[in-house]
Ligand binder design. Structure first.
Ligand SMILES: Cc1cc2nc3c(=O)[nH]c(=O)nc-3n(C[C@H](O)[C@H](O)[C@H](O)COP(=O)(O)OP(=O)(O)OC[C@H]3O[C@@H](n4cnc5c(N)ncnc54)[C@H](O)[C@@H]3O)c2cc1C
Length: 398
């Protein structure tokens, strides 16, 4: 793994930097996950990248990927993190897209891949249920065959941004009598406008509406929407989770986050001196940077492995754990740096037309909301405790 950029790679960096500079909407720079983002804001960059042919760098070229090397993909992430672009949501590009081009049939590829690439079709993930999160294989939503349809009944939960979704990919039980619970599950695509699909909001502690309950009552879905083979959905579900997890690490964004934290800590003071010169605070920031550098090398090794034809395997669990711990520590240190200015919870300050007057510097305004919001990262994509179990079994062989 050579980390010196070649002349070609430097030229590539210039090219993508210029493209981002010219094409990324200025009003969306550094928006992160702010509550006032509209669905149009969230898909704006995706659609621009779709037109350029750059929305899915990791896909095989034959399906619309860019054919970039791991180093080019690394440069691409870095350049996006520099300006804080809102990258394509993972549900289409990183999750169901790879499942469809790997296990789907030609008709499914033709129907779904173009809309995923262009960003015109919004997808959501229907895996978790009230009684099936970590123990996902115990899921109860049923799909019962009725002629050339499945009749689907059940309740999913935590369905992220399903209120905007056009389509969802759902895990459903198609064989309740299978010897093992994993063996009776199928992976089914559902048009969210189908009668019987109902999406109800779950309000989070940061005040946002990011997740939902999704109720499915006698939802009639054509059998053509089954991906792969009936009762083998668990295989596809696990394949998807490995892609989901490696994408959660967010190294480039955390690097930008640490830079921002240093900027904040240079402006905030303690005993009349810049906070960043405080030994204890500086030590915590340095430790974070060291851990982030270690994670970066692990991610680069994984990317290099992918380039050599090895899909993301159990090492994606390491990326997930370390990446999310770092993201959480970053928000903790930011909250610590802004001190009492972090105390007000501006549930609606970001709302369009809000007349609340912020207290303290701009960078402090959403620090508490972000801190609370980022607690999710060690839970979603499979909790970090479960990732440790996977590492113990699959990597350490214990
Ligand atoms: C913000 C957010 C967005 C999400 N988005 C989606 C989505 O879009 N689609 C979707 O399908 N799901 C989504 N999820 C659900 C997510 O995947 C689950 O929350 C997660 O898998 C954990 O399941 P659970 O919440 O049922 O917790 P549980 O499984 O009940 O776990 C509770 C606690 O027990 C621990 N635990 C459980 N079993 C073990 C074990 N064997 N060993 C050690 N510890 C254990 C867990 O680590 C956790 O700390 C989202 C979750 C969040 C928070």
């Amino acid at each position: 793994m050579n980390l010196e950029f070649t002349q070609e790679e430097i030229a590539f960096r210039e090219e993508v930097r210029a493209f981002i500079e010219e094409n990324h909407p200025k009003h969306l720079e550094g928006m992160g996950n702010r509550e006032d983002m509209t669905p149009e804001d969230m898909t704006a960059w995706h659609k621009i990248l779709g037109r350029k042919g750059w929305s899915a760098p990791a896909w095989p070229v034959e399906y619309g990927g860019t054919g970039w090397t791991p180093t080019q993909r690394y440069i691409w992430s870095e350049e996006n993190a520099r300006v804080g672009t809102f990258m394509p949501l993972p549900f289409g590009i990183s999750m169901v897209g790879p499942v469809i081009y790997t296990f789907g049939n030609d008709a499914q590829k033709q129907q779904h891949l173009p809309g995923i690439l262009s960003g015109d079709v919004w997808w959501c993930q229907g895996y978790s249920e009230p009684g099936a999160g970590s123990d996902l294989a115990s899921l109860k939503t049923t799909a019962v065959r009725d002629g050339d349809h499945y009749i689907i009944n059940g309740q999913k939960t935590w369905t992220t941004l399903a209120q905007h979704a056009d389509w969802g990919f759902f895990l459903c039980r198609t064989d309740p009598d299978a010897a093992k619970p994993q063996e009776g599950i199928s992976f089914i695509l559902i048009d969210m406008k189908t009668p019987g699909v109902e999406v109800k909001p779950i309000k989070l502690i940061d005040g946002g509406h990011e997740v939902n309950e999704t109720w499915l009552t006698d939802v009639r879905v054509p059998v053509e929407n089954l991906v792969g083979v009936e009762n083998q959905g668990w295989t596809y579900a696990k394949f998807l989770l490995a892609h989901e997890r490696s994408g959660i690490a967010g190294v480039a964004r955390s690097k930008r986050g640490v830079e921002k934290l240093r900027e904040i800590a240079a402006q905030e003071t303690i005993d009349g001196k810049p906070l960043i010169s405080d030994f204890d605070f500086a030590r915590k920031v340095s430790q974070l940077e060291i851990d982030l550098a270690a994670l970066e090398y692990t991610e680069l090794r994984t990317l290099a492995g992918e380039q050599a034809g090895k899909g993301p395997g159990p090492e994606s669990s390491i990326l997930k754990i370390k990446g999310t711990e770092i993201q959480q520590r970053l928000t903790e240190l930011t909250l610590e740096a802004v001190g009492s200015y972090g105390t007000p919870m501006y549930g609606s300050i970001a709302d369009v037309g809000s007349n609340q007057y912020p207290i303290g510097p701009d960078y402090a305004q959403l620090s508490a909301a972000t801190y609370f919001n980022m607690r999710k990262t060690s839970i979603y994509g499979g909790s970090n405790e479960i990732q440790r179990n996977i590492i113990t079994k699959m990597i350490l062989g214990l």
